[in-house]
Design a protein around this ligand. Sequence first.
Ligand code: NAG
Ligand code: NAG
Ligand code: NAG
Ligand code: NAG
Ligand code: NAG
Ligand code: NAG
Ligand code: NAG
Ligand code: NAG
Ligand code: NAG
Ligand code: NAG
Length: 431
Amino acid sequence: MYISIAFALFSVQAINALVLKHGVGKLPALGWNSWNAFGCNINETNILTAANQLVSLGLKDVGYEYVNIDDCWAVKTGRDNLTGQILPEPTKFPSGISGVADQIHTLGLKVGIYGSAGTETCGGYPAQIGHEYLDAATFASWGIDYFKYDNCYVPANWTDKYVACVPDQWQKYGPYINGTCAPSTSDAPPGYDWSQSNTSHRYEIMRDALLAQNRTILFSLCEWGQADVEEWGNATGNSWRISGDINPWWARVAEILNENSFLLNSVNFWGHNDADMLEIGNGNLTLAESRSHFAFWAAMKSPLIIGTELETLPANLLDILKNKYLLEFSQDEVYGGPATPYKWGTNPDWTFNATNPAEYWSGVSTAGVLVLALNTLDTNVTREIRWSEVPHLDAGSDAFTVKDIWSGKNLGCVQEGIKTMVESHDTVGKL
Ligand SMILES: *[C@@H]1O[C@H](CO)[C@@H](O)[C@H](O)[C@H]1NC(C)=O
Ligand SMILES: *[C@@H]1O[C@H](CO)[C@@H](O)[C@H](O)[C@H]1NC(C)=O
Ligand SMILES: *[C@@H]1O[C@H](CO)[C@@H](O)[C@H](O)[C@H]1NC(C)=O
Ligand SMILES: *[C@@H]1O[C@H](CO)[C@@H](O)[C@H](O)[C@H]1NC(C)=O
Ligand SMILES: *[C@@H]1O[C@H](CO)[C@@H](O)[C@H](O)[C@H]1NC(C)=O
Ligand SMILES: *[C@@H]1O[C@H](CO)[C@@H](O)[C@H](O)[C@H]1NC(C)=O
Ligand SMILES: *[C@@H]1O[C@H](CO)[C@@H](O)[C@H](O)[C@H]1NC(C)=O
Ligand SMILES: *[C@@H]1O[C@H](CO)[C@@H](O)[C@H](O)[C@H]1NC(C)=O
Ligand SMILES: *[C@@H]1O[C@H](CO)[C@@H](O)[C@H](O)[C@H]1NC(C)=O
Ligand SMILES: *[C@@H]1O[C@H](CO)[C@@H](O)[C@H](O)[C@H]1NC(C)=O
């Protein structure tokens, strides 16, 4: 799987990647989205509260800029009977989406909206298929800056002839062993070009509709990793989901981390694997798990979209979201590639394992080489980072200047490596 993706990158993606004006989409998007915090219970009060919180909590100052309205914002019963336009639900959005967008823009932030490449959104609201250009024009006229495009209610005549393997528990295309699905009669022939699939075309139509507007709109694909999106995502959107939805508990965070760890060849400037929105502040993630979740989402250069109610977010979790070193790694203007595993640790290298993904990672950045060591076990253990094992470190040297990414403490010049106790599901990070 790894090899074929690398091959496809060279044959397909370099051609016409989605490069937008003003650098939009070059780096992983930073922002907030309503879904993980509120689900369908949204209205202009909680959207504007989140926008104001991004400013007052200092999140805007460290780079978070998008305020994204997820599903359930439209009039559910249908479009405008005369114009065919999609309509904001007036009881939820008395100012309309454009009124909310104006207020978000006044704060110096940008605004996102949500739709689906099907007949209805996942929540059963009007969606875009067959209305792409009209809706793109409507979104542009409202001042929309970011569009998340989901994958629900795909009409029967838009389904793909073949089914690509997505080794994710939320998808029906299992069973899979070590990241590879069992052979099936719906498999594509070897070398099949997924950029010619109906799924790819559904998303291309929307891309073209957005590009036809006199407005820069970041395009976020949410097609759950299907139809081998890593092959064509870079030409179609600025980011693409690689899995089904995330949940606010560690087992799911670890599972998505494992899946994405095999797909990182498709990540670079202008195109990013989306490991889904952050769950920090939600569910039963511990402080250690929240640290690991954020560290790896930043290190993999996934978009970092906060998904919690900000007024009630504890200060120690806010600090994680504002971690200077991880945000700098994510937003590096010089190095576009993600951190990648250099050793699996608990399991043999290259083992696909949902509960115990790769534990030792490194990546190059302007500030130096970021090294992460994760403890996937349920007990506290010792983890050892040996400089000699870390790619990108000068092999001729056995001592490096080290900083701890959580405390910011300078550890001075450290010989050979670092050996330290790591709490269950926690991550040590050195730079
Ligand atoms: C469109 O017309 C139908 C039938 O008259 C009506 O039920 C529906 O509420 C109208 N939709 C809107 C958005 O006005
Ligand atoms: C939005 O919902 C909150 C809580 O459910 C409510 O207090 C507020 O009045 C609502 N605002 C609007 C504009 O409906
Ligand atoms: C796309 O859908 C059409 C119409 O349903 C179907 O005939 C065609 O085989 C599909 N194409 C691919 C590449 O899957
Ligand atoms: C599916 O049907 C719609 C409506 O007739 C049509 O516009 C679209 O092109 C069809 N899709 C494919 C893949 O043929
Ligand atoms: C496009 O938008 C810009 C900035 O909003 C505006 O100045 C310009 O007139 C618009 N161009 C067209 C062709 O509408
Ligand atoms: C995606 O396209 C951009 C712009 O052409 C390019 O810089 C980047 O390297 C591409 N990503 C990958 C993984 O090839
Ligand atoms: C967290 O919640 C999930 C889902 O309800 C559950 O399966 C898991 O056991 C919980 N974890 C802990 C440590 O309580
Ligand atoms: C899983 O697949 C990888 C890559 O194909 C292989 O190197 C590794 O040995 C496999 N692991 C197991 C446990 O089968
Ligand atoms: C995942 O790895 C753990 C630790 O090695 C192992 O106990 C577990 O059986 C593995 N899971 C699967 C499905 O192979
Ligand atoms: C694991 O480490 C944490 C943090 O140092 C500590 O609070 C906890 O008691 C330790 N757990 C065990 C089982 O030693």
